[in-house]
Design a protein around this ligand. Structure first.
Ligand code: ZN
Ligand code: ZN
Length: 452
């Protein structure tokens, strides 16, 4: 019984490419009482491994939190592995809009103390006594009610570029910090106001709503599936968006536009802007908002100090970094005295500018390729390469790719070849193929067929 990964990330990436199957990126979570997280973990691993599911999952006595990549054709079978558990019947699987076949290259399922680091002592309250889930339309309606207080349970750098109109946006760096602050700030409203909460994907509110009910709030509501799901619903149902700006997300995009409004400023020049940058100086890495002009002038740096540092030789940079880890701005998550236009705490709902429609964004074109075989020899004098076909077949006229660490990626169209020593139009599994190549290749370079 296999309970752990046997393939490296590289081998996995290659297998995924070879299979050429579409994969879905999805996430889900559920709070529940899990008696034996270790056994739960092992059971899931065995089932998911069979379905070629990959991803990062945390299980704990309090439930499960997962980010996965699943072959599209196995999606229903995957859902069945979840629905086998009562607490995951009809579970909402958030399927990402953009897919990346390599979003996950391993299957990891880890047992943790908690599925979200919330700093709460769960023994002291009933974590299953949660708030009322609201869909987008219901959420819009309750926001119109003057008796409603709406709270953003994300961090300052998330709410800065986009939030619900009228929301309280705590000036915090972690979820765990925001809980007591809000409890204190709203202590006089526990009886009669609607406490309405939201976060990115809904998971933080699951626990926060139970916590606030325990703290004595009578009317607690939460946005089901968070801003991600809200954005989907307002599009599908053609509803008004009461969220303005961008939704901060933790992948390479750093944000998903919900409305065209820009509600934040470039931290350096004050121009309306909502694009985050990580400071180019590896000893800083501050997350801040930077417009394209400042980006060019400052070379992606947050300050002239960092700009000076990135122009030093690497050895000098490493020396400078030594010993300053603790004071490192990385831990200040987007705050620096050098940034004059940073806003947190009370945020305005004013649209400062409208985002230009993205024009001519060059989409990265993905090459689809199938592994056919590997190089066995290169006859340097004759400039002829010998390959063994180990998968599928090779035909004259195929666009091929020869790839290896030294060779790099070489593409060409196959015009003539010898199959097992005689001229042929097709080579099958097990055949030895030779053809002329104007460049040297290395033993075990890979031969691919390009399929798009
Ligand atoms: Zn600027
Ligand atoms: Zn910096």
């Amino acid at each position: 019984m296999q309970l752990y990964n046997t393939l490296s990330a590289e081998e996995r990436a290659e297998l995924i490419d070879q299979a050429g199957k579409q994969r879905l990126t999805l996430s889900f979570y559920a709070y529940a009482k899990i008696q034996d997280p270790k056994k739960f973990r092992d059971d899931l691993f065995i089932e998911w491994n069979k379905l070629d599911a990959l991803g990062r999952t945390y299980v704990a006595k309090e439930g499960i939190n997962a980010q996965m990549s699943v072959p599209a054709e196995n999606f229903e079978a995957f859902r069945e592995t979840l629905e086998a558990y009562d607490f995951m019947k009809n579970i909402r699987l958030n399927v990402a809009v953009e897919h990346d076949d390599h979003s996950f290259l391993k299957l990891t399922v880890k047992v943790r103390d908690k599925i979200v680091a919330d700093g709460l002592n769960d023994e002291t309250f009933d974590v299953t006594n949660i708030g009322v889930h609201l869909k987008a339309q219901e959420f819009n309606e309750i926001l119109d009610n003057p008796n409603t207080i709406v709270v953003d349970f994300r961090n300052h750098y998330e709410s800065e570029i986009g939030h619900f109109k009228g929301a309280i946006t705590p000036d915090v760096e972690t979820f765990r910090e925001s809980l007591p602050i809000i409890n204190e700030q709203l202590k006089d409203f526990k009886e009669d106001k609607n406490l309405v909460m939201y976060c990115t994907g809904g998971i933080r509110c699951e626990k926060a709503s139970a916590y606030f009910k325990h703290q004595g709030f009578k009317n607690v509501f939460q946005l089901e599936g968070g801003i991600i799901n809200y954005a989907k619903q307002i599009k599908e149902e053609n509803l008004e968006s009461k969220f303005i700006g961008k939704n901060f997300v933790f992948d390479h995009r750093l944000g998903e536009r919900i409305t065209d409004d820009i509600v934040s400023q470039c931290h350096q020049c004050g121009k309306p802007c909502d694009n985050h940058t990580n400071c180019e100086n590896d000893g800083c890495h501050l997350l801040f908002i930077q417009c394209d002009d400042c980006k060019a002038a400052m070379e992606n740096c947050c300050s002239t100090e960092c700009l000076d540092i990135i122009h030093l030789p690497l050895v000098e940079q490493v020396k400078l970094r030594r010993g300053i880890q603790v004071g490192n701005k990385v831990f200040r998550k987007g705050k620096s005295d050098k940034l004059a236009f940073k806003h947190s705490g009370e945020l305005s709902d004013k649209s400062l500018a409208l985002a230009e429609k993205p024009t001519a964004i060059r989409q990265k074109i993905k090459v689809k390729k199938v592994l056919l075989g590997k190089a066995e020899h290169y006859y340097a004098k004759a400039q002829v390469a010998l390959f063994t076909i180990e998968n599928q077949e090779l035909n004259l006229g195929d666009k091929i790719l020869i790839s290896g660490p030294t060779t790099g990626n070489q593409e060409l169209v196959l015009e003539k070849m010898l199959v097992n020593g005689t001229e042929g139009a097709q080579a099958k599994m097990g055949d030895k193929v030779t053809f002329t190549l104007p460049f040297r290749i290395r033993l075990s370079d890979k031969l691919y067929k390009i399929t798009n």
